[in-house]
Design a protein around this ligand. Structure first.
Ligand SMILES: Nc1ncnc2c1ncn2[C@@H]1O[C@H](COP(=O)(O)O)[C@@H](O)[C@H]1OP(=O)(O)O
Ligand SMILES: [Mg+2]
Ligand SMILES: [Mg+2]
Ligand SMILES: [Mg+2]
Length: 354
Protein backbone atom coordinates (compact mmCIF):
# COMPACT_ATOMS: atom_id res chain seq x y z
CA UNK A 1 0.00 0.00 0.00
CA UNK A 2 1.43 3.36 -0.99
CA UNK A 3 1.23 5.62 2.01
CA UNK A 4 1.59 8.89 0.15
CA UNK A 5 -0.99 8.42 -2.55
CA UNK A 6 -3.69 10.63 -1.03
CA UNK A 7 -1.46 13.42 0.34
CA UNK A 8 -2.75 16.05 -2.08
CA UNK A 9 -6.37 15.06 -1.53
CA UNK A 10 -5.95 15.10 2.25
CA UNK A 11 -4.47 18.60 2.16
CA UNK A 12 -7.39 19.77 -0.01
CA UNK A 13 -9.91 18.14 2.33
CA UNK A 14 -8.39 19.84 5.37
CA UNK A 15 -8.54 23.24 3.63
CA UNK A 16 -12.12 22.69 2.53
CA UNK A 17 -13.37 21.56 5.94
CA UNK A 18 -11.52 24.34 7.79
CA UNK A 19 -12.96 27.01 5.56
CA UNK A 20 -16.45 25.53 5.88
CA UNK A 21 -15.95 25.54 9.65
CA UNK A 22 -15.26 29.30 9.53
CA UNK A 23 -18.56 29.83 7.77
CA UNK A 24 -20.40 27.64 10.27
CA UNK A 25 -18.80 29.39 13.24
CA UNK A 26 -19.91 32.76 11.88
CA UNK A 27 -23.47 31.53 11.52
CA UNK A 28 -23.63 29.70 14.84
CA UNK A 29 -22.52 32.87 16.60
CA UNK A 30 -25.21 34.91 14.91
CA UNK A 31 -27.84 32.23 14.93
CA UNK A 32 -31.35 33.59 14.80
CA UNK A 33 -34.56 31.63 14.72
CA UNK A 34 -35.24 32.83 11.20
CA UNK A 35 -32.20 30.95 9.94
CA UNK A 36 -33.99 27.67 10.42
CA UNK A 37 -36.08 26.35 7.58
CA UNK A 38 -38.20 23.29 7.67
CA UNK A 39 -37.30 20.58 5.19
CA UNK A 40 -39.68 17.82 4.12
CA UNK A 41 -38.21 15.49 6.76
CA UNK A 42 -38.58 18.25 9.38
CA UNK A 43 -34.90 18.35 10.18
CA UNK A 44 -33.76 21.94 10.62
CA UNK A 45 -31.67 23.11 7.73
CA UNK A 46 -29.80 26.30 8.15
CA UNK A 47 -28.02 28.59 5.78
CA UNK A 48 -24.88 27.09 7.24
CA UNK A 49 -25.62 23.57 5.91
CA UNK A 50 -25.92 24.94 2.38
CA UNK A 51 -23.05 27.39 2.76
CA UNK A 52 -20.76 24.70 4.14
CA UNK A 53 -21.62 22.30 1.32
CA UNK A 54 -21.03 25.02 -1.30
CA UNK A 55 -17.64 25.95 0.20
CA UNK A 56 -16.38 22.37 0.41
CA UNK A 57 -17.45 21.66 -3.14
CA UNK A 58 -15.84 24.89 -4.48
CA UNK A 59 -12.57 24.42 -2.57
CA UNK A 60 -12.13 20.77 -3.60
CA UNK A 61 -12.63 21.73 -7.25
CA UNK A 62 -10.16 24.63 -7.01
CA UNK A 63 -7.54 22.56 -5.18
CA UNK A 64 -7.81 19.48 -7.40
CA UNK A 65 -8.61 20.90 -10.84
CA UNK A 66 -7.26 17.94 -12.78
CA UNK A 67 -9.28 15.26 -10.97
CA UNK A 68 -12.66 13.97 -11.99
CA UNK A 69 -15.05 15.29 -9.35
CA UNK A 70 -17.76 13.19 -7.76
CA UNK A 71 -19.39 14.24 -4.48
CA UNK A 72 -21.95 12.39 -2.37
CA UNK A 73 -23.36 15.04 -0.03
CA UNK A 74 -26.35 15.43 2.24
CA UNK A 75 -27.98 18.61 0.93
CA UNK A 76 -29.40 19.59 -2.44
CA UNK A 77 -30.72 22.88 -3.72
CA UNK A 78 -34.35 21.88 -4.40
CA UNK A 79 -35.74 23.96 -1.49
CA UNK A 80 -33.40 26.83 -2.28
CA UNK A 81 -34.69 27.13 -5.85
CA UNK A 82 -38.17 28.01 -4.61
CA UNK A 83 -39.40 31.61 -4.86
CA UNK A 84 -39.67 32.02 -1.12
CA UNK A 85 -35.99 31.09 -0.76
CA UNK A 86 -34.62 34.07 -2.75
CA UNK A 87 -33.55 35.88 0.39
CA UNK A 88 -31.96 32.75 1.88
CA UNK A 89 -29.99 32.09 -1.29
CA UNK A 90 -28.69 35.65 -1.26
CA UNK A 91 -27.64 35.29 2.37
CA UNK A 92 -25.83 32.03 1.64
CA UNK A 93 -24.03 33.55 -1.32
CA UNK A 94 -22.96 36.57 0.76
CA UNK A 95 -21.76 34.26 3.52
CA UNK A 96 -19.73 32.15 1.11
CA UNK A 97 -18.11 35.25 -0.42
CA UNK A 98 -17.48 36.84 2.99
CA UNK A 99 -15.84 33.63 4.18
CA UNK A 100 -13.56 33.45 1.15
CA UNK A 101 -12.55 37.09 1.43
CA UNK A 102 -12.00 37.09 5.20
CA UNK A 103 -9.80 34.00 5.03
CA UNK A 104 -7.84 35.39 2.09
CA UNK A 105 -6.52 32.30 0.27
CA UNK A 106 -8.92 32.53 -2.65
CA UNK A 107 -9.69 35.83 -4.30
CA UNK A 108 -12.91 34.75 -5.95
CA UNK A 109 -16.45 35.98 -5.95
CA UNK A 110 -19.26 33.53 -6.61
CA UNK A 111 -22.77 34.16 -7.92
CA UNK A 112 -26.04 32.67 -6.67
CA UNK A 113 -25.97 30.32 -9.67
CA UNK A 114 -22.44 29.21 -8.72
CA UNK A 115 -23.65 28.44 -5.20
CA UNK A 116 -26.60 26.38 -6.46
CA UNK A 117 -24.34 24.49 -8.85
CA UNK A 118 -21.75 23.85 -6.13
CA UNK A 119 -24.43 22.48 -3.80
CA UNK A 120 -25.89 20.29 -6.53
CA UNK A 121 -22.56 18.80 -7.50
CA UNK A 122 -23.15 16.70 -4.37
CA UNK A 123 -25.76 14.51 -6.03
CA UNK A 124 -23.47 11.60 -6.85
CA UNK A 125 -24.57 8.13 -5.76
CA UNK A 126 -21.07 6.95 -4.85
CA UNK A 127 -20.69 3.20 -5.15
CA UNK A 128 -17.91 0.63 -5.46
CA UNK A 129 -16.01 2.09 -8.43
CA UNK A 130 -13.79 5.12 -8.78
CA UNK A 131 -13.30 7.98 -6.34
CA UNK A 132 -16.11 9.79 -4.56
CA UNK A 133 -15.97 12.52 -1.96
CA UNK A 134 -18.48 12.05 0.86
CA UNK A 135 -19.69 15.11 2.77
CA UNK A 136 -21.89 15.99 5.68
CA UNK A 137 -21.68 19.81 5.60
CA UNK A 138 -23.03 20.04 9.14
CA UNK A 139 -23.30 16.82 11.04
CA UNK A 140 -25.31 17.21 14.21
CA UNK A 141 -27.63 19.98 13.05
CA UNK A 142 -29.50 19.71 16.35
CA UNK A 143 -26.30 20.38 18.25
CA UNK A 144 -25.43 23.24 15.92
CA UNK A 145 -28.78 24.93 16.51
CA UNK A 146 -28.48 24.38 20.28
CA UNK A 147 -24.99 25.92 20.29
CA UNK A 148 -23.36 22.56 21.12
CA UNK A 149 -21.20 20.08 19.21
CA UNK A 150 -21.34 19.63 15.45
CA UNK A 151 -18.88 18.59 12.76
CA UNK A 152 -18.03 19.16 9.13
CA UNK A 153 -17.32 15.62 7.96
CA UNK A 154 -15.51 14.94 4.69
CA UNK A 155 -14.11 11.64 3.41
CA UNK A 156 -12.83 10.15 0.17
CA UNK A 157 -13.90 6.74 -1.12
CA UNK A 158 -11.66 4.93 -3.58
CA UNK A 159 -13.05 1.72 -5.07
CA UNK A 160 -15.60 1.53 -2.26
CA UNK A 161 -13.16 2.00 0.62
CA UNK A 162 -12.70 5.08 2.78
CA UNK A 163 -9.12 6.19 2.13
CA UNK A 164 -9.07 9.52 3.95
CA UNK A 165 -11.26 11.49 6.31
CA UNK A 166 -11.38 14.88 7.94
CA UNK A 167 -13.58 16.00 10.82
CA UNK A 168 -13.73 19.67 11.71
CA UNK A 169 -15.28 20.08 15.16
CA UNK A 170 -15.43 23.83 15.83
CA UNK A 171 -16.79 23.56 19.38
CA UNK A 172 -14.79 20.60 20.64
CA UNK A 173 -12.27 21.46 23.39
CA UNK A 174 -8.69 20.65 22.43
CA UNK A 175 -8.21 18.66 25.62
CA UNK A 176 -10.21 15.68 26.85
CA UNK A 177 -13.95 16.00 27.36
CA UNK A 178 -14.15 12.85 29.49
CA UNK A 179 -16.83 13.54 32.12
CA UNK A 180 -17.59 16.97 30.75
CA UNK A 181 -20.59 16.19 28.52
CA UNK A 182 -18.96 18.10 25.71
CA UNK A 183 -18.42 21.28 27.70
CA UNK A 184 -15.30 22.63 29.31
CA UNK A 185 -13.80 25.76 30.75
CA UNK A 186 -10.78 25.20 28.50
CA UNK A 187 -10.13 28.21 26.29
CA UNK A 188 -8.67 26.28 23.36
CA UNK A 189 -11.70 25.17 21.39
CA UNK A 190 -11.96 23.77 17.87
CA UNK A 191 -10.35 20.57 16.59
CA UNK A 192 -9.47 19.26 13.17
CA UNK A 193 -9.09 15.47 12.97
CA UNK A 194 -7.59 13.85 9.90
CA UNK A 195 -6.62 10.39 8.76
CA UNK A 196 -5.28 8.71 5.67
CA UNK A 197 -5.35 4.98 5.14
CA UNK A 198 -2.27 3.31 6.56
CA UNK A 199 -0.85 6.57 7.95
CA UNK A 200 -2.49 7.00 11.36
CA UNK A 201 -4.84 9.66 12.71
CA UNK A 202 -3.96 13.22 13.66
CA UNK A 203 -5.49 16.16 15.48
CA UNK A 204 -4.70 19.84 15.38
CA UNK A 205 -6.30 23.02 16.59
CA UNK A 206 -8.64 24.25 13.90
CA UNK A 207 -6.89 26.99 11.87
CA UNK A 208 -3.46 26.10 13.29
CA UNK A 209 -0.82 24.21 11.29
CA UNK A 210 0.76 21.68 13.62
CA UNK A 211 -0.88 18.27 13.97
CA UNK A 212 -0.17 15.54 16.54
CA UNK A 213 -0.75 11.83 16.21
CA UNK A 214 -3.66 10.47 18.27
CA UNK A 215 -4.67 7.02 19.40
CA UNK A 216 -7.63 5.35 21.04
CA UNK A 217 -7.76 4.48 24.71
CA UNK A 218 -6.48 0.90 24.97
CA UNK A 219 -8.15 -0.17 28.19
CA UNK A 220 -9.30 -3.76 28.33
CA UNK A 221 -11.25 -3.21 31.49
CA UNK A 222 -14.85 -2.06 30.95
CA UNK A 223 -14.90 -0.67 34.49
CA UNK A 224 -12.42 1.98 33.31
CA UNK A 225 -14.21 2.63 30.05
CA UNK A 226 -16.73 5.35 29.41
CA UNK A 227 -19.06 5.48 26.47
CA UNK A 228 -20.39 8.06 24.04
CA UNK A 229 -23.85 8.20 22.58
CA UNK A 230 -26.12 10.70 20.84
CA UNK A 231 -27.33 13.66 22.80
CA UNK A 232 -30.67 13.22 21.04
CA UNK A 233 -32.73 10.28 22.32
CA UNK A 234 -34.55 10.31 18.97
CA UNK A 235 -31.28 9.33 17.24
CA UNK A 236 -30.25 6.38 19.37
CA UNK A 237 -31.88 4.06 21.90
CA UNK A 238 -30.45 5.23 25.20
CA UNK A 239 -32.09 2.35 27.12
CA UNK A 240 -30.38 -0.24 24.98
CA UNK A 241 -26.98 1.46 25.43
CA UNK A 242 -27.41 1.53 29.17
CA UNK A 243 -28.38 -2.17 29.23
CA UNK A 244 -25.21 -2.96 27.26
CA UNK A 245 -23.03 -0.80 29.48
CA UNK A 246 -24.44 -2.50 32.56
CA UNK A 247 -23.78 -5.98 31.14
CA UNK A 248 -20.21 -5.00 30.30
CA UNK A 249 -19.56 -3.51 33.71
CA UNK A 250 -19.07 0.07 32.56
CA UNK A 251 -19.28 2.29 35.65
CA UNK A 252 -19.28 5.78 34.22
CA UNK A 253 -22.48 7.45 32.99
CA UNK A 254 -22.80 7.98 29.22
CA UNK A 255 -21.18 11.02 27.66
CA UNK A 256 -23.86 12.42 25.35
CA UNK A 257 -22.69 14.67 22.55
CA UNK A 258 -23.90 15.48 19.08
CA UNK A 259 -22.37 14.55 15.75
CA UNK A 260 -19.25 12.71 14.61
CA UNK A 261 -17.36 14.68 17.26
CA UNK A 262 -17.97 11.38 19.11
CA UNK A 263 -15.66 9.56 16.69
CA UNK A 264 -13.02 12.27 17.13
CA UNK A 265 -13.24 12.18 20.91
CA UNK A 266 -13.00 8.38 20.89
CA UNK A 267 -10.05 8.45 18.47
CA UNK A 268 -8.03 10.56 20.91
CA UNK A 269 -8.99 8.43 23.92
CA UNK A 270 -11.53 10.62 25.75
CA UNK A 271 -13.74 7.54 26.04
CA UNK A 272 -13.48 3.93 24.92
CA UNK A 273 -16.85 3.06 23.40
CA UNK A 274 -19.39 4.66 21.04
CA UNK A 275 -22.83 3.04 20.83
CA UNK A 276 -25.43 4.01 18.24
CA UNK A 277 -28.79 2.27 17.90
CA UNK A 278 -31.21 4.24 15.74
CA UNK A 279 -34.94 3.63 16.06
CA UNK A 280 -36.40 0.95 13.82
CA UNK A 281 -36.66 1.93 10.18
CA UNK A 282 -33.92 4.59 10.23
CA UNK A 283 -31.36 4.12 7.46
CA UNK A 284 -27.82 5.34 8.15
CA UNK A 285 -26.19 7.48 5.45
CA UNK A 286 -22.55 7.11 4.43
CA UNK A 287 -21.73 10.78 5.17
CA UNK A 288 -22.65 10.25 8.83
CA UNK A 289 -19.86 7.68 9.35
CA UNK A 290 -17.25 7.72 6.57
CA UNK A 291 -14.92 10.38 7.99
CA UNK A 292 -15.48 9.37 11.62
CA UNK A 293 -14.81 5.71 10.99
CA UNK A 294 -11.43 6.23 9.29
CA UNK A 295 -10.32 8.66 12.01
CA UNK A 296 -11.11 5.99 14.61
CA UNK A 297 -9.66 3.03 12.72
CA UNK A 298 -6.43 4.88 11.92
CA UNK A 299 -6.22 5.73 15.63
CA UNK A 300 -6.29 2.00 16.40
CA UNK A 301 -10.01 1.43 16.95
CA UNK A 302 -12.69 -0.52 15.10
CA UNK A 303 -16.20 0.37 13.96
CA UNK A 304 -18.67 -2.36 13.08
CA UNK A 305 -22.39 -2.94 12.97
CA UNK A 306 -24.15 -4.80 15.79
CA UNK A 307 -23.41 -8.14 14.10
CA UNK A 308 -19.67 -7.39 14.01
CA UNK A 309 -19.51 -6.67 10.27
CA UNK A 310 -17.25 -3.91 8.98
CA UNK A 311 -19.10 -0.87 7.70
CA UNK A 312 -19.49 -1.08 3.92
CA UNK A 313 -19.38 2.32 2.22
CA UNK A 314 -19.57 0.92 -1.30
CA UNK A 315 -23.33 0.46 -1.58
CA UNK A 316 -24.38 3.98 -2.54
CA UNK A 317 -25.73 6.77 -0.34
CA UNK A 318 -26.91 4.47 2.43
CA UNK A 319 -25.09 2.07 4.72
CA UNK A 320 -26.69 -1.31 4.71
CA UNK A 321 -26.23 -2.67 8.21
CA UNK A 322 -27.50 -4.81 11.01
CA UNK A 323 -29.20 -2.91 13.87
CA UNK A 324 -26.63 -0.35 14.95
CA UNK A 325 -23.06 0.86 15.00
CA UNK A 326 -20.51 0.11 17.71
CA UNK A 327 -17.02 1.52 18.00
CA UNK A 328 -14.24 0.69 20.43
CA UNK A 329 -10.64 -0.51 20.69
CA UNK A 330 -9.54 -3.92 19.46
CA UNK A 331 -9.19 -5.47 22.91
CA UNK A 332 -12.66 -4.49 24.10
CA UNK A 333 -14.49 -5.32 20.87
CA UNK A 334 -15.11 -9.06 21.51
CA UNK A 335 -16.73 -8.51 24.91
CA UNK A 336 -18.59 -5.43 23.69
CA UNK A 337 -19.97 -7.41 20.76
CA UNK A 338 -21.24 -10.20 23.03
CA UNK A 339 -22.86 -7.71 25.39
CA UNK A 340 -24.51 -5.94 22.45
CA UNK A 341 -25.88 -9.15 21.00
CA UNK A 342 -27.12 -10.42 24.35
CA UNK A 343 -28.85 -7.11 25.12
CA UNK A 344 -30.49 -7.03 21.69
CA UNK A 345 -31.71 -10.64 22.14
CA UNK A 346 -33.20 -9.85 25.53
CA UNK A 347 -34.87 -6.73 24.20
CA UNK A 348 -36.39 -8.66 21.30
CA UNK A 349 -37.60 -11.41 23.64
CA UNK A 350 -39.20 -9.03 26.09
CA UNK A 351 -40.87 -7.17 23.22
CA UNK A 352 -42.34 -10.40 21.90
CA UNK A 353 -43.77 -11.25 25.35
CA UNK A 354 -45.66 -7.98 25.63
N1 LIG B 1 -34.04 9.88 13.51
C1 LIG B 1 -32.72 9.82 13.42
N2 LIG B 1 -32.06 8.75 13.89
C2 LIG B 1 -30.72 8.69 13.80
N3 LIG B 1 -29.96 9.67 13.26
C3 LIG B 1 -30.56 10.77 12.78
C4 LIG B 1 -31.96 10.89 12.85
N4 LIG B 1 -32.29 12.07 12.30
C5 LIG B 1 -31.16 12.66 11.89
N5 LIG B 1 -30.10 11.87 12.18
C6 LIG B 1 -28.70 12.13 11.87
O1 LIG B 1 -27.90 11.63 12.93
C7 LIG B 1 -26.70 12.37 12.98
C8 LIG B 1 -26.43 13.06 14.23
O2 LIG B 1 -26.70 12.20 15.20
P1 LIG B 1 -26.04 12.39 16.57
O3 LIG B 1 -25.68 13.84 16.72
O4 LIG B 1 -27.13 11.96 17.42
O5 LIG B 1 -24.84 11.49 16.52
C9 LIG B 1 -26.84 13.39 12.00
O6 LIG B 1 -26.25 12.93 10.84
C10 LIG B 1 -28.27 13.57 11.81
O7 LIG B 1 -28.42 14.21 10.63
P2 LIG B 1 -27.83 15.73 10.40
O8 LIG B 1 -26.52 15.58 9.67
O9 LIG B 1 -28.88 16.30 9.54
O10 LIG B 1 -27.67 16.40 11.73
MG1 LIG C 1 -29.57 16.81 8.07
MG1 LIG D 1 -25.21 13.92 9.70
MG1 LIG E 1 -25.94 17.18 8.13
Amino acid sequence: MSSSSYEKELAAAKKAASLAARLCQTVQKALLKSDIQSKADKSPVTVADYGSQAIVSLVLKMELPSEKFSLVAEEDSADLQKDESQETLKRITDLVNDTFSSEGTYSISVSEEDVLAAIDSGKSDGGPHGRHWVLDPIDGTKGFVRGDQYAIALALLDEGRVVLGVLACPNLPFTSIANLDGHSSENQIGCLFSAQTGCGAYMQLLHEPSAAKISVCTTENPADASFFESYEAAHSLHDLSSAIAKKLGVQAPPVRIDSQAKYGALARGDGAIYLRFPHKGYREKIWDHAAGSIVVTEAGGIATDAAGNNLDFSKGRYLDLDTGIIVTNKKLMPSLLSAVQEAIREQTQSASHM
